[in-house]
Design a protein around this ligand. Structure first.
Ligand SMILES: [Zn+2]
Ligand SMILES: [Zn+2]
Length: 438
């Protein structure tokens, strides 16, 4: 196991008093405050080289920091080691008899996964393991401020003559059981830790393809939802598609084509926006919106089983604005980009295959929403036709291995894209990080 020191946590009675030493007497630079309200602590990070000191102050008597300070007085509280793969690290520690506070990683700040090792196994030191959210952040990889450590919003890839730019529309949460269908929780939880409401964290990553024209495939959740919706789905769009487009240097006017894999709200929510007068209109003013006809029919005639996923405001205004283009079959949408119906998730769910100069990428959308869904039976309970998903997935996985297809995972909270390799009858994923700068 390889680990680097991420930060050292110091429990203090009063952050301002502690700053009088660390900032004023030592003269260290202090970063912006971070509230970790769930742990009832206030934290300030003090960078020291590649790692940092984390000053922790309790914000209530029930805070673990309050209890610590009461029992032992202020002082060193924990140290945090950053590891590449927290699941592997925990499995190794467990196999070697270490006592773990967390047998499974849980979600930490900024998309990290964290787990604590019991001090009794670590000679009196509370050790936190941390796996940072992967993906392209700034070139600076140390633990930094809330602002710097925000999940990366832009990752750039090249496929032959085409540029692919994965953009983040933030995160949301869905029930873990629904996300993994017949797979029992003890199995899926090891790959996708659930929160207290049994929800797992999912990203939304539309993909921009730049070639003869500029296309965006899906557009995330958008911002038309109300507070109740945002609570149910744990919506976290602190950095949204707006930020990502700006960071990528793309304006909504630059988009010529918006292509839908299907019309569920986490894919089509960003197709429309509410303007200043409250009217809902297309969010990309110059774009033609390309939707599969069968999907359009289903989405505009929802039934009891799919109604919660189809929100008419996301796409009906496109037809009213005259920017909708329905396609009937698998076909090329722009040079190098074609759609392929997979069915399964919805009857007309389609994936997008991108080919240029002998290289291939695939945007598989909800056929394989996350890297945890690579197993053939790991199929979402949401899928209307799971047996069709199975068939489409089997065929695609074989193709992805044989043809070395770069696969984009629209909902994976960590991995943007990767290659699937077959080794000894087992499939593994080799993540590929894109560049964050253009
Ligand atoms: Zn869907
Ligand atoms: Zn989805």
């Amino acid at each position: 196991m390889k680990a680097t020191l991420d930060h050292v946590g110091i429990a203090v009675r009063d952050i301002e008093e502690a700053l009088a030493f660390y900032r004023d007497r030592l003269g260290l630079e202090i970063e912006a405050p971070e509230d970790v309200t769930s742990q009832r602590v206030r934290a300030r990070f003090v960078p020291v080289g590649d790692s940092s000191l984390e000053l922790l102050e309790a914000t209530g008597p029930e805070s673990p920091i309050a209890k610590y300070v009461e029992k032992r007085g202020p002082g060193l509280h924990h140290l945090t080691l950053q590891v590449d793969n927290i699941h592997d690290a925990l499995a190794q520690l467990k196999a070697r008899g270490a006592k773990l506070i967390d047998e499974q990683p849980r979600a930490g700040a900024e998309g990290a996964l964290v787990a604590f090792i019991h001090p009794s196994s670590a000679h009196g030191v509370l050790i936190e393991l941390k796996q940072r959210e992967a993906g392209p952040s700034s070139s600076d990889s140390r633990r930094t401020t809330v602002v710097d450590a925000r999940p990366a919003t832009v990752s750039r890839y090249t496929i032959g003559d085409l540029e692919l730019i994965s953009l983040s529309d933030g995160f949301f949460r869905l029930d873990g059981g629904s996300m993994f269908g017949v797979v029992p929780k003890p199995l899926w939880e090891a790959r996708a830790p659930a929160d207290s409401r049994n929800r797992i964290r999912l990203a939304m990553r539309p993909l921009v393809v730049r070639g003869a024209r500029t296309m965006i495939i899906d557009a995330g959740l958008g911002d038309k939802q109300n507070e109740k919706f945002r609570d149910i789905y744990g919506v976290d769009r602190a950095t949204s598609l707006d930020h990502a487009l700006a960071e990528a240097g793309i304006t909504p006017d630059d988009i010529d084509i918006v292509l839908a894999t299907h019309l569920h709200f986490d894919h089509a929510g960003g197709f429309t926006m509410r303007d200043a007068s409250g009217r809902i209109r297309p969010r990309f003013p110059r774009a033609q919106y390309v939707v599969r006809r069968g999907e359009w029919e289903d989405a505009t005639h929802p039934h009891e089983r799919n109604r919660a996923s189809y929100l008419l405001d996301n796409y009906v205004p496109l037809a009213e604005a005259g920017v909708l283009q329905l396609v009937d079959d698998d076909q090329t949408i722009m040079p190098g980009v074609k759609v392929l119906r997979t069915g399964g998730h919805t009857q007309h769910h389609q994936m997008v295959v991108i080919e240029s100069a002998g290289k291939t990428a695939a945007f598989v959308a909800d056929l394989i929403p996350t890297t945890a869904h690579l197993g053939e039976a790991w199929i979402m309970g949401f899928d209307l036709y799971p047996i069709d998903t199975l068939a489409a997935k089997k065929a695609f996985l074989k193709d992805a291995v044989d043809r070395e297809i770069l696969v984009f995972f629209e909902h994976d909270p960590v991995t943007v894209a990767g290659y699937i390799k077959a080794q000894g009858g087992k499939r593994t994923l080799v993540p590929v990080e894109g560049a964050s700068r253009g």
